[in-house]
Design a protein around this ligand. Structure first.
Ligand code: NAD
Ligand code: 6OD
Length: 493
């Protein structure tokens, strides 16, 4: 990649107005696999953020601002083509930053980058807008119709768990709607975003439409961006507490916000479920990406007749998940993103024991006898024995850990699932169609999956209720956030 130097830990730079710039202090990004430095990253100062916002504003006044939906859709398709051309580089960048298994980066993270651009190219080119014929007071006719316009300069702030997937999930609709963006990836995952800047340039996205600033949150690029008077809207994915801080910063400028936040998602396994599918699905829903997916199930409630069998099988599968180096195709486990995050997760493992949990699988850290002992690994962990109000069942841990508890009937199951401050996703395992629909109606969650997990259609609404988010993105819901609607009323008489 030309965003960083070829030898030693590469230097990752900011991208402003179509140019890579490396003015400012630097920080080190370390490998979650070994703890060794992998990148030096230029931290964007207030003045770099000012330049990025100014470049974005200026781009809105240039050719980008004059393009129609279909032309923009064509640009988005070129971005998708270029992402596919740079596929191997992007996989390598994502694996270097996160330590995730190469098989997952190849099948989930990077394909979704291109898919996000293709989906929103299609959605923006085909989305209808409202129109109404109105009777005037004089008995004549008037035509009302809505016109979509860009919001302006959009700040995109994203976390480290699915870096390219989550970044492009927001950049694609923002560009589809004609905005210019300033993006801030997580300080833990600067590499794929830097490659995305190269992709944008190669795809012919006009200078200043996509700008990238690296850095941290408070007192750094993240806060500079959210407090910037030149930013019109903020779209954010991350922790609920960070969402609160950003909302306070956005209040000063009355900026629109869209928030995809934390979760403490429940899985419900009914006694009539296909238990093989429920166990396999729960292994995925609790341990994918080291449990570092906002949609992961950290609480599973199982109907009493199958509770013991389900728990024993889940614990066995957790113990069997394969460790390996990220580039080994058989690897299933991955390290946590950092030693800081590992300390937090291990603190939760200790807390669970203090609260009286029984550890049915894992509960500690693996030993490898090689360089991975310098990494941020923890064992996939299955817990039982705690009540619904235990902190272990209330606080988002964001690691490969799940607590399993029994329930007796449907009402109890729905009440347990709803019993946290969060409401992002729920997963229900049952062949009973009536129960599936009741779950959809009664669970406090933005997404209810039945007999599946993380099956995505990019046209559907995505977001959370309660502390899990503000607003919805996906399909036309993204268009609604990333555009302003002007109603035009023409008297036809
Ligand atoms: P985080 O909130 O710590 O950081 C997310 C981003 O915000 C990073 O880029 C960070 O630098 C930036 N940031 C932090 N403080 C800021 C501030 N005061 N002002 C501006 N920017 C700031 O989250 P994380 O640890 O990177 O990611 C894990 C969290 O993200 C989990 O809670 C997870 O559930 C959540 N998440 C939610 C979704 C969803 O779709 N709902 C998706 C992925 C992750
Ligand atoms: O699939 C998506 O569009 C999406 N936003 C997934 C979020 C995953 C959270 O970690």
């Amino acid at each position: 990649m030309t965003g960083h130097a070829p030898d030693g830990p590469g230097l990752l730079r900011n991208f402003v107005g179509g140019e890579f710039v490396d003015v400012g202090s630097r920080f080190t990004k370390r490998s979650p696999v070994t703890g060794e430095p992998v990148f030096e990253v230029v931290e964007a100062s207030q003045s770099t953020v000012d330049d990025a916002v100014a470049a974005a504003r200026s781009a809105l006044r240039g050719p980008w601002g004059r393009m129609g939906e279909r032309e923009r859709a064509e640009v988005l398709r070129r971005v998708a083509d270029e992402l596919e051309r740079r596929f191997d580089d992007l996989v390598a960048a994502e694996v270097a930053d996160t330590g995730k298994a190469i098989s997952q980066a190849r099948t989930l993270d990077i394909p979704r980058g291109a898919a996000n651009f293709r989906a929103f190219a299609e959605i923006v080119a085909t989305a209808p807008t409202e129109s109404f014929t109105t009777v005037t007071p004089a008995g004549g006719r008037a035509l009302n119709y809505a016109v979509r316009k860009p919001v302006g300069v959009v700040a995109v702030i994203v976390p480290w768990n699915l870096p390219l997937l989550l970044l492009t999930w927001k950049v694609a609709p923002a560009l589809a709607c004609g905005n210019a963006v300033v993006v801030k990836p997580s300080e833990e995952t600067p590499a794929s975003a830097t490659l995305l800047a190269e992709v944008m340039a190669a795809a012919g996205v006009p200078d200043g439409v996509f700008n990238l600033v690296h850095g941290f949150g408070p007192g750094s690029a993240g806060e500079h961006l959210t407090r910037h008077p030149g930013v019109d809207a903020i779209t954010f994915t991350g922790e609920s507490a960070t969402g609160s801080a950003i909302m306070r910063a956005a209040a000063d400028g009355v900026k629109a916000v869209s928030f995809e936040l934390g979760g403490k998602n429940a899985g419900l396994v009914f006694a009539d479920a296909d238990l093989d599918a429920a166990v396999a699905g729960s292994v995925r829903s609790s341990f994918t990406n080291g449990g570092q997916v906002c949609l992961c199930t950290e609480r599973i409630y199982v109907q009493r007749p199958v509770f013991e069998e389900f728990t024993a099988r889940l614990a066995k599968r957790a113990d069997e998940l394969a460790y390996g180096w990220p580039d080994d195709e058989a690897t299933a486990n991955m390290p946590l993103i950092s030693h800081g995050h590992r300390d937090k997760v291990l603190g939760h493992y200790a807390l669970a024991r203090t609260e009286g949990a029984e550890v049915r699988a894992g509960g500690g850290t693996p030993r490898f006898g090689d360089a991975r002992d310098g990494g941020a690994y923890v064992q996939p962990t299955v817990l039982t024995g705690l009540g619904p109000d235990a902190r272990t069942n209330q606080e988002e841990i964001f690691g490969p850990v799940v607590h399993v508890a029994p329930f007796d009937d449907e009402d109890e199951a729905f009440a347990l699932a709803n019993g946290t401050a969060y409401g992002l996703a729920a997963t229900v395992w049952t062949p009973d169609v009536g129960r599936a629909h009741r779950a959809g109606a009664r669970l406090d969650a933005g997404i209810v999956w039945v007999n599946t997990w993380f099956l995505r259609d990019l046209r559907t609404p995505f977001g959370g209720v309660k502390a899990s988010g503000v607003g919805r993105e996906g399909g036309v819901h993204s268009l609604d956030f990333y555009s302003e609607l002007t109603n035009v009323c023409v008297d036809l008489t």
